[in-house]
Design a protein around this ligand. Structure first.
Ligand code: ADP
Length: 413
């Protein structure tokens, strides 16, 4: 899929470069050709006018400048010559700047006479000529312009353009391919992350669904039994349902946060109160596990934020500290202000996190082997949510831990 995308991007770039080059080259060629033609037309008309006035159409009779803005005659003037013919088509005279031999001049006149057009272009073996003529009762005047130089110049220009075009397209191909490869790296990374996320989410949802289905089948198979006697199975269903509901809630939270540019509900919140209140909510669970809870909170810390999200962040840290600390352990929660920031610290004397896992625990669905293999419940989404909330507050989160000794999670906002 990415190979195809890379080729498509390269082709789009290449087509754009090709179109731009074609536009520039065709435009330059057309403008140049038009300007040269205009110059030649001016000169030819001037020669024709002088000839019609009965003067000898010599260079010396041509006024300068010929609408060219310069002082001297333009070089094009030397390619122009005039012939005067009798009414029967006999050559009466030719201007002196005609460098053609008499044979070639007569051949040129004959070819011109054969065409009935007053103006035109004639290709001879000795050059390409433009001509224009005027007739009166006694004579016919034909002005010729030798276009050979102009033609070869324009042909050379086409060859140069083609060479530049081929080199340009080749270079554009190489650079487009390189840029496309570079541009696809973050997209590929995001795609793989998304795919892993969907696979992990499906896997996490499948387990409770399977448990619910098997328990329901047991209940349905024993339809004559009382609800009381089947309580065990029904509790299992309820428990897995709640686990699944929490997982879906977490997934929805992360999906919503991913789509959000910045936090929306910002107001002044009393951090000290939120931390204290959350600690109080956890007191019964801590007591049940015989964990010592030490709370050390500086009063009156007010920061801009969102109280619901802040509560969720502290809940996650507290929940983990309790989950991963065995009974009779110790949890210390502190909240204080430094010069620039507010710091929330949750330390525990629990199972700890290995150095290798510290770099991974913020990844979605990541659980260390120790917690996965233990009876401790979890989905691996808690710290991803915590991290996303901290980032919304433009804060940072640090983890320090020693396996078997305990962990400290520190949030700086
Ligand atoms: P969950 O706790 O649901 O597994 P989290 O995202 O909250 O998911 O945590 C990810 C992993 O980080 C946990 O599985 C655990 O291995 C580790 N972890 C987080 N907090 C602690 C802690 N206080 N003590 C030990 N390990 C922890």
């Amino acid at each position: 899929m990415f190979r195809k995308l890379k080729i498509r991007l390269t082709l789009i770039n290449l087509t754009t470069v090709l179109l731009i080059l074609t536009f520039i080259f065709a435009g330059t060629y057309t403008l140049l050709n038009k300007q040269l033609n205009n110059q030649v037309d001016n000169i030819m008309n001037e020669f024709l006018k002088i000839g019609s006035e009965g003067k000898t159409p010599e260079l010396s009779n041509i006024p300068t400048p010929l609408n060219m803005g310069g002082q001297d005659n333009p070089p094009e003037i030397f390619n122009c010559f005039v012939v005067k013919l009798s009414s029967s088509g006999e050559l009466i005279e030719a201007s002196q700047n005609n460098i053609l031999s008499e044979i070639h001049t007569k051949e040129l006149i004959r070819n011109t006479m054969e065409s009935s057009q007053q103006k035109g272009l004639i290709s001879m073996s000795f050059g390409t000529f433009r001509y224009t003529s005027s007739v009166n009762q006694q004579s016919k005047l034909i002005v010729f312009y030798n276009e050979s130089m102009q033609r070869s110049f324009l042909n050379m220009l086409i060859v140069i353009f083609i060479i530049i075009g081929i080199i340009g397209v080749f270079l554009a191909f190489l650079s487009s391919y390189f840029i496309a490869s570079k541009a696809l790296v973050p997209i590929k990374r995001a795609w793989i992350k998304e795919e892993t996320f969907v696979a992990d989410a499906s896997h996490e949802l499948r387990t409770p669904l399977t448990v619910i289905r098997t328990n329901m089948e047991i209940v349905l198979d024993n339809e004559n039994e009382t609800v009381k006697s089947q309580k065990n199975w029904l509790y299992n269903i309820q428990y897995e349902y709640m686990k699944m509901a929490k997982l879906i809630d977490d997934l929805l939270f992360l999906a919503r946060e991913d789509n959000k540019e910045k936090q929306v509900n910002i107001s002044a919140i009393n951090l000290s109160e939120i931390v204290l209140q959350t600690c109080n909510e956890f007191k019964p669970i801590v007591a049940e596990k015989h964990i010592e809870l030490i709370v050390n909170i500086e009063k009156g810390i007010v920061i801009p934020g969102d109280d619901i999200k802040m509560n969720r962040l502290i809940c996650i840290l507290m929940d983990n500290a309790i989950k991963y600390t065995g009974s009779s352990g110790k949890i210390e929660v502190s909240c204080h202000r430094t010069d620039k920031h507010s710091v929330i610290k949750v330390s525990d004397t629990g199972i700890g996190i290995s150095q290798e896992d510290i770099t991974k625990i913020f990844q979605r669905f990541y659980r260390s082997d120790k917690s996965r293999n233990s009876e401790i419940e979890g989905s691996g989404l808690g710290l991803s949510i915590a991290d996303s909330i901290v980032k919304q507050f433009n804060g940072t989160m640090r983890v320090s831990s020693k396996l078997g000794k305990g962990s400290t999670l520190e949030v700086e906002i």
